[in-house]
Design a binder for this molecule. Structure first.
Ligand code: NAP
Length: 280
């Protein structure tokens, strides 16, 4: 990857933006020099201010033309409704090759292209666990943003939130939104249901919650430990005729959980498409 020397402007140092920046600033071989970073946020949170102060990162209320001219990478982490408004004034000032990486949910490449004509742009969808480095991001680039250098720069910017995946067809972002974007809420719901069932079977509420949380968290950790994929791990813990088998039979009977999840993903993807067409 070519070494960029321009500024990295973080537009919106909120929950997700500040979490990304904390990753850029972590002491490691890939650390981004603090003098290359500028936080642009009119209402900097205490946490973002503390991160900036601890590392000597410059903070500004707005991206002025003078700063914009020095920017090589801009990470857009404001609320989706703000994106056009915050980008439009920059179009005459950002360098032609400045890479715009937007994590604003549902904001299409078309909107980024309209606000910053001709610039390489990437639409990325991180997810909530990304705020603690345990997420996954899926990206799609416009034509100018689809080179190896732009991909490498994008990955470096998003890596703090977790691994980075790519799709070539922007329409797939609706499915991505329905799976990894909305997926954490499905898992949280499962955790709530497991705790409620434990309580209904007689466990004290607090213990029921602790068991459900550790079961979901530990199973997630096992899934990413390389000891097997989900169906292998499931088979390993399921003895024929045993207790787990009895529980799984109840979960899978009559379409059960797989059918429900299929419907949930389809409904969320449909909603994402609808929101995308409403915003045109
Ligand atoms: N959090 C997640 O898990 C997650 C997951 C996927 C995608 N995303 C996307 O990430 C983006 C940020 O989400 P978030 O949860 O980090 O939101 P957030 O905490 O509200 O962060 C947005 C930040 O932008 C600031 N801001 C408002 N107007 C601005 C302006 N004109 N210029 C610069 N900064 C401005 C906000 O300040 P005020 O609060 O004072 O308005 C806030 O600090 C959203 O587009 C969201 O769709 C988030």
């Amino acid at each position: 990857m070519s070494e960029q020397t321009g500024l990295i402007a973080l537009l919106g140092a909120g929950r997700m933006g500040a979490a990304l920046a904390a990753g850029w600033l972590k002491k490691s071989r890939n650390r981004v020099e603090p003098e290359r970073i500028v936080f642009i946020d009119p209402h900097l949170s205490d946490a973002a201010r503390a991160l900036a102060d601890a590392n000597g990162v410059r903070c500004e209320a707005a991206l002025t033309p003078a700063i914009a001219r020095q920017v090589s990478d801009i990470v857009i982490a404001v609320k989706p409704a703000m994106v056009s408004e915050v980008l439009s004034p920059l179009k005459d000032h950002l360098p032609e090759n400045a890479l715009a990486v937007s994590i604003a949910a549902g904001v299409p490449l078309r909107t980024l292209g309209r606000a910053l004509p001709g610039r390489p742009a990437v639409r990325a969808m991180p997810n909530t666990p990304g705020a603690i480095g345990k997420g996954v991001s899926v990206c799609v680039a416009n034509e100018a943003g689809d080179g190896p250098d732009e991909r490498a720069r994008t990955e470096r910017l998003l890596k703090p939130a977790g691994p980075v995946e790519w799709v070539d067809d922007e329409r797939l972002m609706d499915v991505v939104t329905a799976v990894s974007g909305s997926g954490p809420a499905y898992v949280f719901l499962f955790c709530e249901a497991l705790a409620a069932a434990a309580e209904a079977e007689g466990l004290p509420r607090e213990l029921a919650q602790r068991l459900a949380v550790r079961t979901v968290a530990g199973s997630g950790a096992l899934l990413t430990s390389g000891q097997g994929d989900a169906s292998e791990l499931r088979r390993t813990v399921t003895s024929p005729g045993g207790t787990t088998q009895a529980g799984l039979d109840a979960l899978m009977g009559g379409g059960g959980l797989p059918g429900l999840v299929r419907n949930a993903v389809a409904a969320a993807a449909r909603r994402s498409r609808q929101l995308g067409s409403d915003s045109n």
